[in-house]
Design a protein around this ligand. Structure first.
Ligand code: NAD
Length: 486
């Protein structure tokens, strides 16, 4: 495969205190294109010492940033949103090259949602009001929301651009300064955001970007005594490590972790809508989404008719070069991850699962260098590993039920609780299930809707804390109660 020429624009160094610099030990990470394995960039490795420098810079920048009028912080975020929008073509290409997301998705979802997020929190900056509490006679009590200080943000590789905005938007709007670590696998779009932030005039040290490995830079962020809060998106296993490391200074922790999304299709569902929505639920972004509808739970009376259409749809998905506008599904984001996803096919078979389609890398020679996995549909039982463990790929486990009680038991039968889908025309049942399902988000006759105004997060092993909306502003602030003897 020929090299992509020219590459989109992006920096490759660490951003600390407004300067682009090498890491303390001078090392670099090779960032590769998952479509052809070609190196895209050598990006500086941040070590624990670099995180320390970044935290010092963020701490120095904090007093002036919090003292800035809230609408001025908001104005910078709005300018950033405009700059990202103007950079759409560049950022979309960058994200497609680095992650394998199809360019059509980068143009229609990743970049616009990033813009929307910064715009939302830019507008939110001066809307975070305090309150006056009726207390004892002779006293005035008012409550202010104050920023926490330096926030550490750690993001994964599946939606690097969007998740950068989900962390930076509310944290900065609320008056915090930030040290952010993108995944070592996909750091490029976060670096480009840093460059745009400098261009629109964010003060030095307000945003610091440390591109390093989890066990070193990430671990240091989690344990750093100068960081007041860690906002983490990633796996449940890493989330646990972060909680342990955060105990050093009892920092606030927000965890957006894994999922095993139940997507229930009842007998009365609008089948064409449910088939299309369920395909989007699992196959969008190659299934690499924490909220993916990875357990398709079908009423037994419609299962065969549903699966006939669903399998046909899965087989019709166009796999290809992420930069090709016709491509509907790109490669997975790394070779290691491709191997992990494929290993679940054997896991499924060993326990008696039935692979209805996919279950392998495509045989097409033009795709051989890419980390592809064919859209995979497996019929299994609720206690099988593929119905319990997060695969995080284009791999959906089909389960069937007879009664509503059984559907609910299956849906709630994992340790996770993030997103859930319901397809039915019975409005009473829809609301009853929405109440009873163990999840942070429920979609009725749709799946995977997100908006910066609507709280996002999970329960159980899917984590705690909420991104987006007023909830996020509360997460990135602390309440201060002031008593005045009047
Ligand atoms: P991961 O946990 O391996 O890595 C996530 C980030 O944590 C990376 O930046 C990594 O460098 C860093 N990290 C790794 N070890 C660390 C440590 N010891 N201390 C501090 N940081 C460390 O996850 P991943 O493989 O990049 O992402 C996939 C996972 O993320 C899946 O489980 C998925 O469900 C989850 N995810 C959750 C959400 C959500 O909002 N709930 C969203 C997307 C992805």
């Amino acid at each position: 495969m020929a090299r992509i020429d020219p590459l989109p624009a992006f920096p490759t160094k660490l951003l600390i205190d407004g300067k682009w610099c090498d890491g303390a030990d001078g090392g670099t990470i090779t960032v590769a294109n998952p479509f052809d394995g070609e190196a895209l960039a050598e990006v500086a490795i941040a070590t624990a010492a670099d995180v320390d420098r970044a935290v010092e810079a963020a701490a120095r920048a904090f007093p002036a940033w919090r003292a800035l009028a809230a609408h001025d912080r908001g104005r910078l975020l709005l300018k950033l949103a405009d700059a990202i929008e103007a950079d759409t073509a560049n950022l979309a290409r960058l994200e497609a090259l680095d992650t394998g997301h199809p360019i059509r998705d980068c143009l229609s979802l990743d970049v616009p949602r990033t813009v929307l997020c910064f715009r939302y929190f830019g507008g939110m900056a001066d809307k975070l009001e305090g309150s006056v509490v009726p207390v004892d006679a002779g006293f005035l009590n008012y409550v202010e929301r104050e920023p926490i200080g330096v926030v550490g943000a750690i993001v994964p590789w599946n939606f690097p651009l969007m998740f950068t905005s989900w962390k930076l938007g509310p944290a900065l709007a609320a008056g915090n300064t930030v040290v952010i670590k993108p995944s070592e696998i996909t750091p490029l779009s976060t670096l480009r955001i840093g460059e745009l932030m400098q261009q629109v005039g964010f003060p030095d040290g307000v945003i610091n970007i440390v591109t390093g490995y989890g066990h070193d830079a990430g671990q240091r962020i989690a344990e750093h005594p100068g960081i007041g809060k860690v906002a983490f998106t990633g796996s449940t296993a890493t989330g646990r490590r972060i909680v342990e490391a955060s105990a050093t200074n009892l920092k606030k922790v927000q965890l957006e972790l894994g999922g095993k999304g139940p997507n229930i299709v009842f007998a009365d569902a609008n089948l064409p809508a449910a088939v299309g929505g369920s395909a989007f639920a699992i196959f969008h972004n190659q299934g690499q989404a924490c909220i993916a509808g990875s357990r398709l739970i079908l009423h037994e009376t419609i299962a065969d008719a549903f699966l006939e259409k669903f399998v046909a749809l899965a087989r019709s998905i166009r796999l290809g070069d992420p930069l090709d506008p016709q491509t509907e599904m790109g490669p997975l984001t790394s070779r290691l991850h491709q191997e992990r996803v494929l290993s679940f096919v054997e896991v499924a078979r060993e326990q008696g699962g039935d692979v209805l389609t996919g279950g392998r890398a495509p045989v097409n020679a033009a795709l051989a260098a890419g980390c592809f996995v064919e859209p995979t549909i497996v019929r299994a039982q609720p206690d099988h590993r593929v119905a319990q463990e997060e695969v995080f790929g284009p791999f959906v486990t089909v389960l069937t039920f007879r009664t509503d009680e059984e559907a609910l038991a299956i849906a709630n039968g994992t340790e996770y609780g993030l997103g859930a889908g319901l397809w039915t025309q019975d409005i009473t049942r829809a609301h009853r299930f929405a109440k009873q399902i163990h999840a942070g988000m429920v979609w009725i006759n749709s799946y995977k809707r997100v908006h910066p105004g609507s709280p996002f997060g999970g329960v159980g092993r899917s984590g705690y804390g909420r991104e987006m909306g007023f909830e996020a502003m509360r997460e990135y602030t602390v309440a201060k109660s002031v008593w005045v003897n009047v």
